[in-house]
Design a protein around this ligand. Structure first.
Ligand code: DAK
Length: 260
C-alpha cells in the first residue's frame, strides 16, 4: 500500500501505524483521514495483524488535531459530512476486535486525542501534552470526544478538559486515567511494545471477547452488559484455547494458544 501521509508496517503480529505529516504536527487533513481508514480496514481484515499501535512521526506530536486550514473552510453541510466520516473512521478502530494502543509521543490535541480515546489503551511519553482545545476555536469536539472522554475518565474530568480547552501534561493525564502508562521519552516505544507483548501472550480469543465485553458493555445498562459477558464467557468455554490455558496451568507449563 502506498500512502502519502501515514506509514503502516507489520512485524511479529503488530501493525505500527505512524501519522506522518510532521511539518503540520501530524494534523489530520481529509487525505490523512482517508489513509487512516484504509489502514484500519487492512488491520481489521488481515489475520497477520494481531494488534495495532498508533503514533505520530517525529518527536513533537502524536496528532495536533484536525487540520485547522481545512476546518476554517467548513460550511454547515461539509461539517456534517466530516462529522459522519470521522465518526465512521474512529468507530473502525474502536471496534477492530484486536488490541489497539495509542502511543502518545507528543501533542495529542482535539481530533488527535479523540483518535487516542477510540483506542483500547493509551501510553504516553512524560513530555506529551494532551487536550481538547476545540472551544478555543469556537467549536466542540466532533469525533466522539465529549462521549469517550467521559467514559474513559468520568464526566468531571471531561467537563474540566473540554470546557477549559487547556492542555494537560502526561502525569496529570495518567493520574486521572486518560492514559494507562507513562514512560520517559526514550522508553516509550519499548514500554509500549512490552505492554502489547503481554496482551499477545494471552489467549487471543479471550482477549478479543474481553475487548468486546468492555467496549459494547460500556454503552449498555449494567444488567445487559452482564448478559453479554455471560454469552461471551460461554463462547470462550467452547474454545481449544480454554482447554489449553487450563491444562497448561495444571501441568505447570506455559500455554501455547492457537486462537481456536
Ligand atoms: N492544523 C494545521 N496545521 C497545524 C496544526 C493543525 N491542527 N497544528 C500545528 N500546525 C502547523 C502550524 O500551523 C505550523 O505550520 P507553519 O506555520 O510552520 O506552516 C506547524 O504545524 C508547527 O506548529 P507551531 O509552529 O505552532 O508549533 P509549536 O511547537 O509552537 O506549537 C502546538 C505546537 C501543537 C501547541 C500548536 O501548533 C497548536 O496549538 N496547534 C493547534 C492545536 C489545535 O488547536 N488543534 C485543533 C484542535 S480542534 C469535526 C470533528 C472534529 C474536529 C473538527 C471538526 N467535525 C465533526 C466537523 C476536530 C477539531 C480539532 O481537532
Amino acid at each position: 500500500m502506498n500512502f502519502e501521509n501515514i506509514k503502516l508496517d507489520v512485524a511479529d503480529g503488530v501493525a505500527r501505524l505512524t501519522i506522518d505529516r510532521p511539518k503540520a504536527m501530524n494534523a489530520l487533513n481529509s487525505k490523512t483521514l482517508d489513509e487512516i481508514e484504509e489502514a484500519f480496514n487492512y488491520c481489521r481484515e488481515n489475520e497477520s495483524v494481531r494488534a495495532l499501535v498508533i503514533s505520530g512521526a517525529g518527536d513533537k506530536a502524536f496528532v495536533a488535531g484536525a487540520d485547522i486550514k481545512e476546518l476554517a473552510q467548513m460550511t454547515p453541510l461539509s461539517a456534517k459530512d466530516l462529522a459522519y466520516r470521522g465518526q465512521q473512521v474512529y468507530a473502525l478502530v474502536e471496534h477492530m476486535g484486536k488490541p489497539t494502543v495509542a502511543m502518545i509521543n507528543g501533542f495529542a490535541l482535539g481530533g488527535g486525542l479523540e483518535l487516542a480515546l477510540a483506542c483500547n489503551l493509551r501510553t504516553a511519553s512524560t513530555s506529551a501534552k494532551m487536550g481538547l482545545p476545540e472551544v478555543s476555536l469556537g467549536i466542540i469536539p466532533g469525533y466522539g470526544g465529549t462521549q469517550r472522554l467521559s467514559r474513559v475518565a468520568g464526566p468531571a474530568v471531561a467537563r474540566e478538559w473540554i470546557l477549559t480547552g487547556d492542555m494537560f501534561g502526561a502525569e496529570e493525564a495518567h493520574r486521572v486515567g486518560v492514559v494507562n502508562r507513562i514512560f520517559p521519552p526514550e522508553e516509550l516505544e519499548a514500554g509500549t511494545m512490552k505492554l502489547v507483548g503481554s496482551i499477545l501472550s494471552r489467549g487471543p480469543i479471550a482477549v478479543r471477547f474481553a475487548i468486546e465485553a468492555i467496549s459494547r458493555g460500556s454503552n449498555m445498562p449494567q444488567r445487559e452488559g452482564e448478559i453479554l459477558e455471560s454469552d461471551l464467557f460461554g463462547l470462550a468455554a467452547s474454545t481449544e484455547d480454554m482447554r489449553e490455558g487450563m491444562s497448561a496451568f495444571l501441568e505447570k507449563r506455559k500455554p501455547h494458544f492457537q486462537g481456536k
